[in-house]
Ligand binder design. Structure first.
Ligand SMILES: Cc1cc2nc3c(=O)[nH]c(=O)nc-3n(C[C@H](O)[C@H](O)[C@H](O)COP(=O)(O)OP(=O)(O)OC[C@H]3O[C@@H](n4cnc5c(N)ncnc54)[C@H](O)[C@@H]3O)c2cc1C
Length: 457
């Protein structure tokens, strides 16, 4: 077995792991990156990128169906799944090539194979023993199921959903969170009948309640059915489909059941606990600076409890590299990480919901304003409805922004700057939002909270 030493050994080459590697070499550290599958991980190959390509194809399908509304004659003739797959795979493979090139150009040493922590600072992969002054664990996550619900046949997760070579006629989706509503949106645009089953009272239950309710209305209008506040009991499969039984006695019949009930951490049998790393329910426990219970061993991305998002992984990877290099990076709390759900209409948010802000700062210390996109020229042109809600502390900063409507995901950049820079609406109000943009709607909400609304009462 050959032995090699590095400043940093990283186990897992997904968003968190490769971001740590890129930043660490920039800071002059030598880096070994161990990946058993493909650099880029879930996000690039099975997550963000391929699903957003599908959602874009879905948007094009909707546009072609609705084009007459805008005076453009076209007809929707159907979905060519093989062509959608070529488009999706083309994007993934081009991004993959780009990432491989970048990793190589930056001088990161990649070890292909399944790695295992053996002792606190050593990762073994194949015949190599890689010892780091520091180690980053970044082994990511997998699609979870419920106890007794086996993923097989017509019961699938997002991985198989992405690979389908047909548009199902009727789909049941277990889970009304981000992944569930995104697939519901795609399949509906592709022509399927869709029913979402969600145990909590609302779709996208982690969002501001008024936004969830607007999404439910929009989905109902699109013909997407949902059953809320009801728990899954069981599923039976037969030759042509599945029958899903719910605890309230309802049944849902469909061709497929997509299980989208969250993602579990990949931490089992990797030597973490044997090396002294504290693991709780599979997640690696870290302090707020992402160091595990073993000094010099850090964890990033989906294995760390909290939001499971690619950009959180990137940020944590960069953070850990800078921490190791002694740069004392700032901490961004999970609540201040932007979240976008790319269904139609899109949902985007950052910071506290109004209810959580009231709990934290006191109900009488918080104000909010919800600007209806009906008043926004560009949204009218796009024929989208929705709203932008801004929550502030009275005589204090913006602490939350919550949006729904076509394309509002693109507005999250300004929203996250406002929240993370602790800007007051009065700071932003004098600044200019270009006309006509949807961005103006955010500007209108800031203007209103600064006491000088323009196109609002
Ligand atoms: C359908 C879907 C859609 C999503 N959409 C979005 C989105 O739009 N926006 C967003 O921000 N997030 C999205 N996500 C979440 C995002 O993909 C994850 O948060 C992100 O990939 C987590 O990064 P990570 O580095 O922690 O883990 P991963 O990306 O899972 O990477 C972990 C890597 O470690 C490797 N690995 C594991 N064990 C070993 C081992 N023993 N040895 C060597 N290598 C190992 C794996 O092969 C993998 O490449 C989506 C996820 C899914 C499933």
């Amino acid at each position: 077995m050959s032995e090699q030493n590095f400043d940093l050994v990283i186990l897992g080459g997904g968003s968190g792991g490769y971001a740590a590697a890129l930043r660490a070499v920039q800071l002059g550290l030598s880096v070994a990156l161990v990946e058993k599958d493909k650099l880029g991980g879930t996000c690039l190959h099975r997550g963000c990128i391929p699903t957003k390509a599908l959602l874009h194809a879905a948007e094009v399908a909707d546009n072609s169906r609705e084009s007459e509304k805008f005076g453009v004659k076209s007809s929707f003739e159907g979905i060519d799944v093989a062509a959608v797959t070529r488009y999706r795979e083309g994007i993934v493979s081009s991004k993959f090539k780009g990432l491989q090139g970048l990793i190589k150009a930056r001088g990161i040493t990649v070890f292909e194979g399944e790695g295992r922590l053996e002792g606190p600072k050593t990762v073994v992969v194949g015949d190599e023993r890689l010892t780091g002054k520091n180690v980053v664990l970044a082994t990511g996550s997998y699609s979870r199921s419920l106890p007794g619900l086996d993923i097989a046949g017509r019961v699938i997760t997002s991985e198989q959903a992405l690979e389908l070579d047909f548009v199902p006629s009727k789909v049941a989706i277990l889970g009304g969170g981000v992944i569930g509503v995104e697939f519901a949106s795609v399949w509906r645009s592709f022509g399927a009948e869709v029913t979402i089953i969600e145990a909590l009272p609302h779709l996208v239950p982690n969002e501001e309640e008024s936004i969830s309710k607007q999404l439910e209305r929009a989905f109902r209008k699109r013909g997407i059915e949902y059953k809320l506040g009801v728990r899954f009991q069981g599923v039976t499969q037969h030759d042509d489909g599945v029958v899903v039984t719910l605890e309230n006695g309802d049944t849902v019949e469909a061709e497929l059941l997509l299980v989208a009930v969250g993602r579990g951490p990949v931490t089992q049998n990797l030597g973490y606990e044997e090396a002294g790393v504290t693991v709780d329910r599979g997640f690696v426990i870290t302090n707020e600076r992402l160091e595990t219970s073993v000094p010099g061993v850090y964890a990033v991305g989906d294995i760390v409890p909290g939001l499971q998002l690619a950009h959180r992984g990137f940020q944590q990877g960069i953070f850990v590299a800078e921490e190791i290099a002694g740069l004392n990076p700032i901490i961004v709390e999970d609540v201040n990480i932007p979240k976008v759900t790319y269904c139609e209409p899109e949902v985007a948010s950052v910071g506290y919901t109004e209810a959580r802000a009231a709990e934290k700062f006191g109900a009488d210390q918080v104000s909010s304003y919800e600007y209806n996109l009906a008043g926004n020229g560009k949204s009218h042109i796009l024929e989208t409805s929705g709203s932008i809600k801004v929550v502030r502390v009275n005589d204090g900063p913006v602490v939350g922004v919550h949006m729904i409507g076509a394309r509002v995901g693109e507005l999250i950049g300004e929203a996250q700057l406002a929240v993370n820079w602790e800007a007051y609406p009065e700071d932003i109000a004098p600044l200019i939002h270009a006309h006509p943009t949807q961005n103006e709607a955010l500007g209108e909400a800031f203007l209103k909270l600064a006491g000088k609304p323009l196109h609002a009462l």
